[in-house]
Design a protein around this ligand. Structure first.
Ligand code: HEM
Length: 223
């Protein structure tokens, strides 16, 4: 079933939905940054202490990303092979929304973003010198805070989040389309939900680098 073109699209859609769930979970955890270093570091420690469960979740996440990307590539190759250069096709390309046409580009930016993102935090030393603020060890919170004192990184994250936003505004409506769901009343509502969710997730994530960049270091260390 997964070898047919529709089957491949369904695999992309389902893995995409799980990745959206991860993003919502990740954003909820990241929002603890607004509660302060203690809350955020306690959350990071809680995740760390999950041990084997955390590693299973990580492996699941890696598998989801890989399957999503590989199956997307297969769908693109199938489409190229099957594409007749007719007027109808050209017309359908014109009709497609910006978010749809940008999907391959936003997806590639997200992939590039992720590589730098994992190097920034997951693979970095959480209690090394980059986590020290005003001479105090601030663990993962300090690492994130210090990283966003660099405006280039802030700009890079905002570009990454914009790509995430565009990608998601199209994602949910695309899933519905893939599974053949169309309803005169609900389809426009789903499109709007997709748009709002994409913007909310992107703005939610992007707020963090700005908050960190403009926050005084004395607020981090409490004096
Ligand atoms: C401003 C936005 C973001 C911030 C501040 C942020 C922060 C973090 C931090 C601190 C970690 C390390 C957690 C740990 O090792 O305990 C992390 C891991 C991760 N983040 Fe983000 N993140 C952001 C946006 C995103 C986005 C948009 C994505 C996906 C497109 C993403 C995907 C990941 C992944 C896959 C991991 C690895 C999870 C793991 O190792 O268990 N992050 N992030």
């Amino acid at each position: 079933m997964a070898s047919s073109s529709i089957g491949k699209k369904q695999v992309v859609a389902i893995t995409g939905l799980f990745l959206i769930l991860f993003l919502i979970f990740h954003l909820s955890g990241n929002f603890l940054i607004y509660k302060g270093p203690d809350a955020f570091n306690a959350y990071a420690e809680f995740l760390e202490n999950l041990g084997a469960i955390k590693w299973m979740a990580r492996l699941g996440l890696i598998a989801l990303f890989l399957i999503h990307i590989v199956f997307t590539a297969m769908v693109v190759i199938d489409n190229r092979k099957a594409r007749p250069q007719s007027y109808e096709v050209v017309k359908s390309v014109i009709k497609r929304s910006w978010a749809t046409r940008l999907m391959p580009y936003t997806g590639s930016v997200i992939l590039l973003y992720l590589i730098f993102h994992l190097l920034d935090y997951t693979l970095a030393d959480h209690s090394g010198h980059n986590s020290i603020v005003n001479g105090q060890a601030m663990e993962l919170y300090g690492l994130v805070y210090n990283s966003f004192q660099n405006p280039i990184r802030v700009a890079f994250y905002v570009i990454g989040m914009t790509a995430v936003g565009f990608h998601l505004t199209h994602a949910i409506q695309s899933v519905m389309q893939t599974f053949g769901f169309y309803h005169v009343r609900y389809t426009p509502i789903i499109k709007r939900v997709s748009l709002v969710l994409g913007i909310a997730i992107a703005v939610g994530f992007a707020s963090i680098p700005f908050y960190m960049m403009f926050m005084q270091s004395s607020c981090v260390t409490g004096g």
